[in-house]
Design a protein around this ligand. Structure first.
Ligand code: 9MR
Length: 351
């Protein structure tokens, strides 16, 4: 395998079709060789963690500010990544504004208590906090880094039909517990207000290929569309090699596109628990057929904006921690070589 720095550029190969993106960590942009790999192969970047509410919200300053509807924000980590993007001319997808996870518990509590058992703030207060937070983030980003962000993950993972009880929504989310389903359109209304011209607003979710979840997401998207609030469906794309069903991904992608939305695959990886020859071959063929399908959809006129990998090399992947076993899910190995799967994705672009 060649160093990923010697391989032809992935994003150039896909230029006629869609952007190829990657999620970056702070560690990654501080490593000159990894930064060079990013600049060579990716035409869209996002942050794996630095742009999430837990990374932006500041409790001490919120308490000092004394406004029950307005949390204080600190953009140190966001700015580091946006500076990298601006300096290298790579557009950014901002992940994420409203999410049940990685948002501090105190953000939802009446007196900003850092305590799960403290009472939730009222719905009115939570909707005001949500709007203020979104407008603060968007205003900072668009003022200090104009033209750098091209799309916003406004709401992440709000739909979970049947899992927490009847209905479409993830009812155990603190957002749902404090506002019911109202946080969802409220987040998009605020984002529409704060967005710069040309920026798209995205709803993002995992297992978006699953037929039951897909149909639930579609019902929810239609309610947002009735108010003109959403532009893009983000299908995350965390797959498992043995279970990957390319046909189900295709059916779902067509169904979202039929709503008149743009599409992004926002968090692509294929969990593969061995790097022996048989697994490497299976991973290669899985990536080949998945990218061939995506290219075909694009050729048919489906508006695919970008396909983003969730990580750059296998060494940065979140999967070993999550699955509690080894994982070799990406196109670039831990020792920064272009895997056979990388070559297959390039070939899919050329064929
Ligand atoms: O990659 C992120 C990992 O470092 C965090 O520990 C994890 C916490 O939930 O979030 C990961 O990113 C998630 C993304 O923000 C939303 N979709 C699922 C991703 C993988 O869990």
């Amino acid at each position: 395998m060649n160093s990923a720095l010697q391989s032809p550029s992935l994003c150039k190969a896909y230029e006629p079709y869609f952007r190829i993106g990657a999620a970056l960590s702070s560690r990654l942009i501080a490593d000159p060789e990894l930064a060079e790999i990013v600049c060579r192969h990716f035409s869209s970047i996002t942050a794996d963690n630095q742009m999430k509410p837990f990374s932006v919200l500041n409790l001490e300053n919120t308490l000092a500010q004394g406004d029950p509807c307005h949390a204080a924000v600190d953009f140190t980590r966001v700015d580091a990544l946006l500076s990298f993007a601006r300096d290298h001319g790579i557009p950014v997808r901002y992940h994420t504004l409203a999410w049940h996870n990685q948002t501090p518990v105190w953000f939802f509590k009446e007196k900003w208590e850092n305590d799960f058992s403290a009472p939730f703030a009222s719905k009115e207060v939570m909707l005001a906090r949500l709007e203020n937070y979104i407008l603060d983030v968007m205003s900072h980003v668009n003022t200090c880094f104009p033209g750098v962000v091209y799309t916003w993950d406004v709401v992440n993972e709000a739909i979970e039909p049947g899992q927490d009880g009847p209905g479409l929504y993830r009812t155990r989310s603190p957002w749902f517990m404090s506002t019911g389903q109202d946080f969802l359109p409220a987040a998009f209304r605020a984002a529409r207000k704060g967005a710069a011209p040309g920026q798209t607003l995205c709803y993002n979710d995992y297992n978006a290929f699953d037929p039951i979840k897909r149909d639930a997401i579609i019902d929810m998207l239609k309610t947002l569309q009735a108010e003109g609030l959403v532009d893009t469906m983000g299908m995350q794309g965390h797959y498992v090699l043995q279970d990957l069903n390319v046909a189900a991904c295709e059916t779902a992608a067509r169904a979202y596109a039929a709503l008149g939305l743009k599409l992004q695959v926002t968090e692509l990886d294929i969990h593969c628990n061995s790097d022996d020859a048989a697994h490497a071959t299976a991973l290669t063929e899985a990536y080949r057929s998945w990218f061939t399908m995506m290219k075909q959809l694009k050729a048919e006129g489906i508006d695919i904006e970008a396909v983003t990998f969730w990580g750059v090399t296998d060494a940065d992947s979140w999967l070993p921690g999550f699955r509690r076993e080894p994982s070799f899910p990406l196109l670039i190995s831990a020792d920064r070589k272009a895997k056979p799967a990388f070559e297959a994705v390039l070939e899919a672009a050329r064929s």
